[in-house]
Write a protein that binds this ligand. Structure first.
Ligand code: NAP
Length: 469
């Protein structure tokens, strides 16, 4: 068997492992194994690629590996769990930057060794640089908005959509010129001209990434993170065409496609179209402070315990505050105590709860909450009338009934978890302050709502102590 054939078979094996790994990631029960399967595919892909290279500068490879290892281990130790969303955004951006650099470097390499390059390769270099550049700076802006370094409000200015469309058209025109003219043959002056065009494409793509993301509000960042993830896959896929590497084409397409599927899921969860998320400047208006005012009814831990002790059907609704308080282990303990007390317990997870896709699932899985107890809003909402107690743990926007009741509310139309329809709703948070979207919450003033003020971990811990007494 020729070396070429063996390599092809190994790349196919790696691609199959990627596909199965991705499929397994779709369920919490198989997600860990899925990660291992995909990692095995990546190991095969890397080893196969390295052994196929005629000459490797090991010094560079080992140095890059060392820097990556140190940065990865340091980030794993130092980055707080609550900062993971912005970390994920940043990693997307680095993927885009890597693709951009591959496209740029390949342009150099090809021109150093060839007298003419196929237009298709030049087109692939253009697309790699465009997708990589937009992903890189778009992700930096997303990082800034999620970490609080930049304002979460969309930066809106007149004619922004026209400017962005115009910029994209200029980049497309430069790309066509680059792909046709740049394929050669070129003399020294012509090469310099094509190089300037490439530099222009890189700079304009970086600017486009900033301009398209800066006009999107912080509340829409879940969708943008998924979209940028998809872009980083597309950039890697285009880079695969540039360096003629099939496994990079396959893995890039998988990331691109799965990012798009997730983007669609997140848009549906917010009842918005992707076009609306990208172009509407959602979140620019500040909700009026005196909107939905009323009298909130605080409750003590003792009284909350008595209500829970008598409950037969309990639904926990976790949100960002559970992550901030690191309350997931205490929540699992409370859930077990309630079950032992004879209650049916479910954990209802909204797709945009927390600050990154799957945020609540990850935290509850870490606390060993059984997967079968995790349910979706569509499963719980129809049964909400027979739920004795809905316990809202640091969630706010995802349980805001104004999304259902008030057409003028910025959250209008977003499907929510209808905790206000439960017999009693106990909300655990520190104040009456709004959540991420900055919209006040009329839930706090409903007659069946009781506010258990305080840090979620401390409050749940106190309830656990009451049950153990
Ligand atoms: P949320 O609306 O941001 O509300 C979280 C609440 O947690 C806050 O109102 C806060 O109230 C409370 N809280 C914070 N620290 C706490 C602590 N230590 N103990 C108790 N409570 C605490 O969260 P959500 O309901 O999960 O909704 C998610 C929001 O984030 C949505 O608007 C979504 O669009 C957006 N978002 C989601 C993602 C994603 O991918 N999932 C990414 C980016 C943005 P107090 O200050 O009064 O305690």
């Amino acid at each position: 068997m020729s070396a070429e054939l063996v390599r092809g078979c190994l790349y196919i094996a790696a691609s199959i492992l990627f596909v199965f790994g991705l499929k397994m990631l779709a369920s919490p029960a198989t997600a860990r194994k899925g990660n291992m399967v995909s990692a095995a595919g990546m190991l095969i892909a890397i080893v196969t690629t390295l052994t196929a290279m005629a000459q490797i500068r090991w010094v560079w490879l080992v140095a890059a590996l060392g820097v990556g290892l140190v940065a990865g281990v340091a980030a794993a130790w130092l980055v707080k769990m609550t900062s993971m969303p912005q970390m994920v955004g940043l990693l997307n951006g680095f993927g885009g930057l890597a693709s951009l650099l591959v496209g740029w470097a390949e342009f150099h390499r090809q021109w150093a060794s060839e007298s003419a390059i196929a237009s298709f390769t030049m087109l692939s270099i253009f697309l790699t640089v465009l997708a990589g550049g937009v992903t890189f700076t778009g992700s930096l802006v997303a990082y800034g908005k999620l970490s609080g370094a930049l304002s979460g409000k969309p930066l809106l200015y007149k004619g922004r959509n026209i400017i962005n469309t115009g910029l994209l058209m200029v980049i497309a025109a430069l790309g066509i010129h680059f792909s046709i003219r740049g394929s050669g043959p070129l003399n020294g002056a012509e090469f310099a001209g094509v190089y300037i065009v490439l530099a222009g494409i890189i700079v304009l793509s970086l600017i486009l990434g900033i301009l398209t993301t800066i006009g999107i509000g912080g509340a829409d960042m879940p969708v943008i993170i998924c979209l940028l993830n998809s872009y980083s896959g597309l950039a890697a896929c285009a880079a695969g065409f540039v360096i003629n590497n099939n496994v990079l084409i396959v893995s890039g397409s998988l990331v691109g496609a799965s990012g798009m599927v997730l983007t669609n899921v997140m848009c549906k969860a917010m009842n918005r179209s992707l076009a609306n998320v990208l172009f509407s400047g959602f979140g620019a208006e500040t909700a009026s402070k005196d909107r939905y005012q009323g009298e909130a009814r605080p409750i003590s831990v003792d009284d909350a315990y008595l209500i829970l002790e008598a409950a037969q059907n309990v639904v926990f609704v976790p949100g960002y505050g559970m992550a901030a308080a690191q309350a997931q282990h205490a929540v699992r303990e409370l859930g077990e105590l309630l079950e032992r007390n004879g209650a049916t317990v479910r954990y209802c997870i909204h797709p945009v709860a927390g600050r990154m896709p799957g945020h609540m699932n990850v935290l509850l899985a870490e606390a060993n909450v059984p997967y079968e107890l995790l349910v979706e809003p569509d499963d719980v909402n129809p049964t909400m009338d027979i739920v004795d107690v809905a316990v809202v743990i640091g969630a706010n926007d995802v349980v805001n009934p104004a999304a259902r009741e008030d057409r003028s509310c910025p959250l209008w139309g977003m499907p929510i978890i209808d905790v206000d329809r439960a017999r009693t709703c106990i909300v655990l948070k520190r104040s009456l302050n709004p959540g991420f979207a900055g919209v006040n919450n009329p839930l706090f003033f409903k007659p069946n709502t009781r506010m258990l003020f305080g840090d979620a971990r401390a409050s749940v811990g106190a309830l656990v102590s009451e049950f153990k007494r």
